[in-house]
Ligand binder design. Structure first.
Ligand code: GTP
Ligand code: MG
Length: 564
């Protein structure tokens, strides 16, 4: 398949609400893919099958270690470029994308090829004195007679950025046959692509090269929505600096009654160690990390982190250390997503809906986080009759000895072998589930009850926070402690409105189409219009809101005018 060339997209979005995100969704565009083993058409499911997250991560990190990221000219001659690189070893996969210029991700079959490439890679000759001589796998292709030649393979130019305006998305979804199809299309259009996922692992691997200067045995792994199966293009890249390989405390075999141990500096607490490691690595990323800009060290947060933007990929990155519970939550979410395809579709759609409605935001604040929202969807799926997914306690009961995991006194054990999990035969459609989700949370007793996915049952609230969602592993914690009453009221109001909207806006029959407009928003597309719900008590007053039908009427009017 070496000759197969396809135009694929690497969508990455900036931050902001969904409307903005959707308009920017094509910020990055893969110019083409030409691979020894074709990438195109390969879905995540086909690629990863039912592997555990642990296995997927190991494989992806290995690919990343054999890969380089090369900034090249948009008119780079692809054939010569590949020929040039192939002199250093077999290329397994490669693709181009646009982000602050054209970039290529090239995966070699062997690590030695990267070393061989380094041997001929030079330090830039311009402003030599001002360069930090840190060598990484982020390279620049200089004009070695490869540029400004017609692209001999495909004549493909680096594409300019294209955008999908919200109206277009609504139109696309409105043209679907059913609400189930709308949900599937939305997910397919905005979930992380194969290439985006590869790039995320490559960025982790580049970062690891910096941290390895101090901790050669460390790994940096992505967690959160980059790998839990619910990531939307443009989501941040959460990274975990894993030093477990180093801190194994087993005593090595005694020989002649003797053993050796390292002398190490002591700190007051584990948190202090994490802070000092992140201080130093954050400083190195800031001072030495090619392409890393806007580095902020946020060390006093509950979970200390280093935040920065990685320019060549366009990712907003959060680097944490000693955050193994978050890694476990990621594994749990991933497992739920693998159990039944409806889980991923529903979580993904609810996340998109919440962003479009301004219920969630990329900026931290008193609103519901994507993590909390995901747990709410999982809880709802556990409450179906029969349940679609098992409870965390049931998953723990199925665990084998190798699954045992206790982190800082918290039992994080659950089964890793998917085949041990027996699902019940629930046949509800995505449409039914989405509508029921809105109904469920429109009437949920938030005042009294806590959401608990360990038990799959609501429990009496142990504290007064407006929204209480028990942390599945650190069970005394509330993952939605940040949410205030205003935001919770808004969530409930938008659920009520959405529940009403989907009932009102069924797919129009061709004859009844809205005055002949084939693209009248209905079903899911009507839910992505920004909500007018402002019926939240602000200073004791309820603000008026325009009925949804009027909003739809207005939108249709504008579409009609545009068509004319
Ligand atoms: P987006 O970044 O919004 O797309 O979603 P995300 O799932 O990546 O969420 P976020 O970046 O906020 O957090 C990353 C991961 O950290 C989550 O997926 C969880 O595994 C974990 N996490 C986030 N918030 C909490 C919390 O309050 N408690 C715990 N235990 N883990 C959390
Ligand atoms: Mg995240």
């Amino acid at each position: 398949m070496a000759s197969s060339l396809a135009v694929c997209r690497l969508h990455m979005m900036g931050r902001g609400n969904l409307v903005k995100c959707l308009q920017k969704v094509d910020t990055f565009l893969i110019r083409n893919i030409g691979t020894n083993v074709a990438l195109q058409g390969e879905t995540r499911e086909e690629r990863d099958g039912c592997k555990s997250l642990y296995a997927v991560q190991a494989e992806r990190l290995d690919q990343a270690e054999r890969s380089v990221l090369i900034s090249c000219n948009s008119r780079t001659n692809e054939k010569k470029f590949l020929k040039f690189l192939s002199t250093h070893g077999n290329i397994k996969k490669y693709f181009f994308y646009e982000s602050y210029g054209t970039h290529a991700v090239v995966e070699f079959a062997n690590r030695e090829s990267v070393a061989s490439l380094f041997e001929i890679t030079t330090i830039p000759s311009i402003s030599h004195e001002s360069l930090v001589p840190f060598k990484s796998r982020l390279l620049t292709l200089r004009n070695l007679g490869l540029d400004n030649l017609p692209n001999q393979l495909s004549g493909q130019q680096s594409h300019s950025q294209t955008t999908i305006p919200i109206n277009q998305l609504i139109q696309n979804l409105s043209g679907e046959e059913s609400m189930d199809q709308q949900i599937i299309s939305l997910t397919k259009a905005f979930q992380l692509t194969e290439e985006n996922s590869r790039l995320r692992f490559l960025v982790c691997s580049l970062l690891k090269d910096i941290a390895a200067a101090f901790f050669p045995e460390c790994t940096i792994k992505p967690f959160g929505s980059s790998v839990n199966g619910f990531g939307k293009l443009g989501c941040d890249l959460d990274m975990f600096l894993d030093l477990d390989g180093i801190s194994g405390r087993d005593t090595k075999l005694l020989k002649l009654g003797m053993s050796l141990e390292y002398q190490m500096k002591m700190a007051n607490s584990e948190r202090a160690v994490t802070q000092s490691i992140l201080t130093v690595i954050g400083e190195c990323v800031d001072q030495f990390g090619p392409g890393c800009v806007g580095v902020q060290k946020i060390l006093n947060a509950r979970c200390p982190l280093v935040r920065f933007a990685h320019q060549p990929s366009g990712f907003q990155c959060d680097l944490t250390a000693n955050n193994r519970v978050a890694m476990k939550s990621t594994e749990l979410l991933y497992l739920y997503g693998e159990l039944d395809p409806r889980v991923r579709y529903l979580v993904f759609t609810v996340r998109c809906w919440a962003r479009a409605q301004g219920i969630t935001s990329s900026i931290p604040g008193a609103w519901i986080s994507n993590f909390s929202l995901t747990v709410m969807v999982l809880f709802f799926l556990q409450k179906r009759s029969p349940p679609i997914i098992p409870t965390v306690d049931q998953l723990r009961d199925l665990a084998g000895p190798a699954d045992k995991s206790v982190i800082e006194g918290n039992d994080c054990t659950f089964v890793s072998d998917f085949s041990k999990i027996q699902l019940q035969s629930n046949t509800e459609t995505l449409e039914q589930l989405l509508c029921e989700f809105f109904e469920f949370y429109s009437t949920f007793a938030f005042k009294r009850m806590s959401i608990n996915i360990r038990k799959g049952k609501e429990q009496n609230k142990p504290e007064v926070s407006p929204l209480h969602i028990q942390n599945p592993f650190e069970t005394t914690l509330n993952i939605s402690k940040n949410v205030n009453a205003t935001q919770l009221d808004r969530f409930v109001a938008v659920c009520q409105e959405s529940s009403w909207l989907v009932q009102q806006n069924k797919k129009p029959t061709p004859s009844a189409g809205i005055k002949g407009n084939a693209f009248a928003p209905w079903g899911l597309s009507s839910l992505l219009l920004p909500s007018q719900v402002e019926g939240i008590k602000r200073k004791g007053k309820k603000r008026k809101w325009e009925p949804a039908s009027d909003r739809i009427k207005n939108l249709l009017e504008s579409l009609k005018n545009k068509n004319q």
